[in-house]
Design a protein around this ligand. Structure first.
Ligand code: NAG
Ligand code: NAG
Ligand code: ZN
Ligand code: ZN
Length: 445
């Protein structure tokens, strides 16, 4: 898309007539024109609920891993076709990018991730995963359905959309960095803001939670092979023991956070994998360790990465071993921290508060988990929030990334209505204030 000339025309128009636009476009006192409540009412109609639940169940039955979401992508395109919404495909292998509205600026984006996890579903119900060993255990089936739901609401109210809502269906959120690929393919060019959401079993249905600033940590992964020289376990003097070297490495890695990081700058280093040897009485040739590191500041993440490499090489050398390290950062680099834009946070508080009630909009404590939504936020201002699913009168829902994970389908209309409202009212507000076309550079922390 290349609409920069249009953008400046619109900008000039608004500079000249701010008062006129203000009085003509916004009737209700809070500036939201009654949109959030109206959209939620629409999404709670039986016909809408039946449709969105049906879509979610179809996706849930056929989970596909990152960059393999071919059937999911096909289903999305077929629903967009039925709604009469144009789209681009393929973007980043399986991705789909739809457009609702005037087709012109301003642009605001909604994001859905499409991939499932290599987990065997435990629950036994009619629409359980039909694919052995794969499951939508992170709720991305719900995210896709809610975004299609938002598309349906937007299409139904298209005369109220002054600008264009870009629907971003991305592949491979779970470690594949699908968001990075989408950004590299230009899906956010000329887009002012992007909204994302994630279901959570930790909060009640009808509530949402988020915060301004850093919300999820940045993350990296490493695998190290420590090589020595194998031999008889009773004659260590003839061997170079990689098991002992790897043990020292693991202990030393734990000193990075405890001795080198600022205690107020949250960081994690975890070694989750240690493989080496297969007999009581044999010193093996090599041992392999693997782990992850997390931080809320990009500088801290880069510092951790450098020190992890130095500690592994240095400690291997102490015991005469060699080490090779793979940070798995090609082609997808380290996941940056997820940092919510402050203006979008204010917008979210207003819209979600209007729709759900201010007491249903909670403050979220930052989490050390990471989200590839961060790649969008490196390109433009972005905002992600959690949407609650727990029905207080029902048993506790299973947690994400477990075989017991379950979606409370009552969440679907909320997510659809909220995403549609955030986008529509953001476009309404964009009419009121001159847009900064240089505003796309985003300070890294
Ligand atoms: C859309 O924007 C144009 C120009 O900014 C304005 O003239 C028009 O009234 C707006 N329409 C709506 C539905 O807000
Ligand atoms: C470590 O690497 C050096 C240089 O390649 C090599 O000479 C040495 O044998 C290696 N040591 C081990 C224990 O693999
Ligand atoms: Zn996940
Ligand atoms: Zn997820």
């Amino acid at each position: 898309m290349s609409f920069s000339k249009f953008v400046s025309l619109v900008l000039i128009f608004h500079l000249l007539t701010p008062a006129l636009v203000f009085s003509s476009s916004l009737s209700s006192s809070n500036g939201l024109s009654g949109i959030p409540k109206k959209f939620l009412d629409f999404a709670k109609r039986k016909e809408f609920v039946d449709w969105i639940v049906g879509v979610r169940r179809k996706i849930h039955e056929n989970p596909e891993l990152g960059y393999e979401e071919f059937e999911t992508s096909k289903l999305i395109r077929s629903e967009l076709d039925k709604l009469g919404i144009p789209y681009k495909y393929p973007v980043s292998v399986t991705g789909v990018v739809g457009f609702v509205g005037t087709g012109g600026p301003p642009f605001v984006a909604l994001r859905a991730d499409m991939d499932a996890l290599p987990i065997q579903e435990e629950g036994d119900w009619e629409h359980r995963s039909k694919i052995p060993g794969k499951m939508h255990a992170c709720g991305h089936d719900a995210h896709v359905s809610m975004t299609l739901g938002a598309a349906k609401i937007l299409k139904e109210h298209v005369q109220e959309i002054n600008g264009t809502v870009v629907l971003v269906f991305q592949p491979a959120e779970e470690g594949g960095g699908g968001a990075k690929k989408m950004v590299d393919e230009g899906v956010l060019d000329n887009v002012d803001a992007i909204f994302g959401l994630h279901v959570t079993h930790e909060d009640a249905i009808g509530t949402v939670a988020s915060k301004s600033g850093p919300i999820f940590a940045g993350s990296g992964f490493f695998t190290a092979v420590i090589s020595g020289r194998g031999g008889h376990a009773a004659l260590p003097q003839h061997s170079i023991d990689p098991i002992l070297a790897a043990s020292n490495i693991i202990v030393s890695l734990q000193h990075l956070v405890s001795r080198e990081a600022d205690p107020f700058d949250s960081q994690v280093v975890t070694v989750g994998k240690f493989q080496g040897g297969s007999a009581f009485n044999v010193i093996p040739d090599s041992a392999t360790i693997g782990g992850t590191f997390r931080a809320f500041l990009k500088t801290s993440l880069i510092q951790l990465k450098q020190r992890i490499e130095e500690v592994i090489k240095g400690q291997a050398a102490v015991l005469r071993c060699n080490a090779t390290i793979d940070f798995h950062d090609k082609p997808v680099p380290l996941f940056p921290p997820t940092v919510n834009d402050n203006d979008l946070h204010e917008h979210f508080l207003e819209v979600a508060g209007d729709m759900l009630g201010n007491d249903k909009v909670k403050d979220l404590k930052p989490l050390m988990g990471s989200e590839d939504f961060a790649f969008y936020q490196e390109a433009i201002p972005g905002y992600i929030y959690l949407i609650g699913m727990q029905d207080e009168s029902s048993p506790k829902l299973g947690a994400v990334h477990t075989p017991q994970f379950t979606i409370n389908e009552d969440v679907l209309p909320y997510g659809a209505a909220l995403q549609a409202s955030l986008a529509t009212t953001h476009l309404l507000k964009a009419e009121l204030k001159p847009r900064s076309t240089e505003g796309h550079t985003h300070d890294e922390l």
